[in-house]
Design a protein around this ligand. Structure first.
Ligand code: GAR
Length: 190
């Protein structure tokens, strides 16, 4: 069974979607641990309810990013993690993490990359007035939302759609596309 570590900073709806796909045997894997960089993230409760181990690292309590990531890498090594899944982890990966796990870290981003990188990608796209929006899953490198693209899914933005409806549509796509894509990666189909 392939072993996942999910990294998150916020709500955790993608974490939940991945866990549910595992429950429903659409994804043949186990979430070994949740790593959070935000001690009050809502995702923590979601993991606890599922008895998934939570490791909360406060980056501010380390002297440097290297020190912070060294501790994370030693956890990932200890847990023999096959794939690191960033699911709303709002932090760039540094050298220490990439040197050990590059090629084994994937991220989901709520835009059709390379458009609208960084924070509030949905808001950026709405303000720009694009007529097609979507979701990207990509490998992680040292840049911001810049690694090799693995999967994308788009939808047409209707004139009448509100911000809320667009967000809902993005999340619905994410919750299907992420587990499905992780499954293909683990099966060596991508
Ligand atoms: C998701 O929409 C994800 O694509 C985005 O954060 C949200 C996390 O939601 N990630 C990024 O913007 C990364 N640059 P969740 O906590 O409910 O899964």
């Amino acid at each position: 069974m392939k072993r996942l570590a999910v990294f998150a900073s916020g709500t955790g709806s993608n974490f939940e979607a991945i866990a549910q796909a595992i429950d429903e045997q659409r994804l043949n894997a186990v979430i070994e641990c949740l790593v959070v960089d935000n001690l009050t993230a809502l995702v923590i409760e979601k993991a606890k309810k599922r008895n998934i181990e939570v490791f909360a690292f406060d980056p501010k309590s380390y002297h440097s990013k290297n020190e912070y990531e060294k501790e994370i890498v030693s956890l990932l090594d200890r847990k023999k993690i096959d794939l690191v899944v960033l699911a709303g982890y709002m932090r760039l990966c540094g050298n220490v993490l990439l040197d050990s796990y590059e090629g084994k870290i994937v991220n989901i981003h709520p835009s059709l990359l390379p458009s609208f990188i960084g924070k509030d990608a949905i808001g950026q796209a709405i303000r720009y007035g694009v007529k097609v929006m979507g979701v990207t899953i990509h490998y992680v490198d040292s840049g911001m939302d810049s690694g090799k693209i693995i999967a994308q899914k788009s939808f047409d933005v209707k004139e009448t759609m509100t911000h809320e409806e667009i967000e809902k549509q993005i999340h619905a796509i994410e919750h299907e596309l992420y587990p499905e894509t992780i499954s293909k990666i683990l099966e060596g189909k991508l």
